[in-house]
Design a protein around this ligand. Structure first.
Ligand code: HEM
Length: 271
């Protein structure tokens, strides 16, 4: 706990030193920090904003990537489909590795253009979509800054908070039959608010493209390099898959020690 406290203080000091450097330089920039400084936000607020943004993005991406690998590890048919998809992306965009470009685990994947990752990877898209639906325990929070308003028959006073748990739609059996079962082949709901994995209405995730790309790359590297599956505490294949625990507010993590990732490097690892 003390080490975490110390590390947090170090990050705080690091960000403050950058703020002070900016202030002392007197040079104006066109960026978020400048906007915060112009609005005369204090250091504590600016650091809170920057750390909050970094942590929110890293936390969601990391936990979703973990669940993505977990679900892939429980469903051999989806592992095969996803691996085939990555191999076909590679085949369509392969390039010779020259001596000036040292091969690394990621280098052949980097030959696949962003547009292909974004528009020609429907299997990975469906996997990410279903992972977010079932294992991201987000709760949206809004504060009423205006006059009292009535929502759904309840009055929200000025300064009051409205809280909306994503489980309300994502685990709704009328929209998603057998909602806790991982099934990327589910029909995509047409109603805008039936799926809010990346937000909805006026607040949509600004990091969606970055997060999706990161998760696709992680999944691709793992699928191409390792054979893996999820096992229970006795080492038997996890069937059914681990149930995301929505009472674990940030990660949906099941009880410690209940499931493990069993993996070994593929003999035909191509990367
Ligand atoms: C798997 C990863 C991620 C998921 C599932 C996710 C999900 C979400 C959701 C559901 C919201 C809306 C929250 C609400 O309505 O209260 C949101 C907002 C936001 N996200 Fe993400 N996010 C992810 C990664 C990231 C990353 C990597 C960044 C930045 C690099 C980011 C930046 C933001 C920002 C700035 C907002 C607020 C947008 C606004 O207020 O208009 N997110 N995200």
């Amino acid at each position: 706990m003390l080490m975490k406290l110390r590390a947090t203080k170090q990050i705080y000091d690091l960000v403050v030193s950058k703020i002070e450097f900016r202030e002392k330089s007197g040079v104006l920039h066109d960026d978020t920090l400048q906007m915060l400084l112009d609005s005369e936000a204090d250091h504590f607020m600016i650091v809170g904003f920057i750390m909050g943004l970094l942590i929110a993005g890293a936390r969601s991406t990391g936990t979703t990537a973990s669940w993505l690998i977990t679900f892939l590890g429980c469903h051999p048919e989806w592992r095969t489909k996803a691996r085939t998809e990555v191999q076909s992306l590679l085949a369509s965009h392969s390039y010779p590795i020259t001596s000036s470009f040292a091969p690394s685990a990621a280098s052949p994947l980097s030959s696949i253009p962003l547009a292909a990752w974004e528009s020609s990877a429907p299997i990975l898209d469906a996997l990410i979509r279903e992972t977010l639906r079932i294992a991201q325990p987000h709760v949206a929070m809004r504060r009423n800054q205006g006059p009292p308003i009535t929502i759904g028959g309840k009055t929200l006073p000025t300064g009051g908070f409205a809280i909306y748990p994503f489980s309300d739609v994502h685990l709704n059996a009328e929209l998603y039959p057998d909602p806790l079962t991982f099934d990327p082949a589910r029909p995509v709901q047409k109603d805008d608010f039936a799926y809010i994995g990346w937000g909805g209405g006026r607040v949509n995730c600004l990091g969606t493209r970055l997060a999706k790309l990161e998760m696709k790359l992680i999944a691709a590297m793992f699928l191409l390099n390792f054979e893996f599956h999820i096992v229970d505490a006795e080492g038997s294949p996890a069937d059914p898959h681990p149930q995301p625990n929505w009472n674990d507010t940030l990660m949906c993590k099941p009880a410690n020690g209940s499931f493990f990732l069993d993996y070994k490097r593929r003999e035909d690892a191509s990367l």
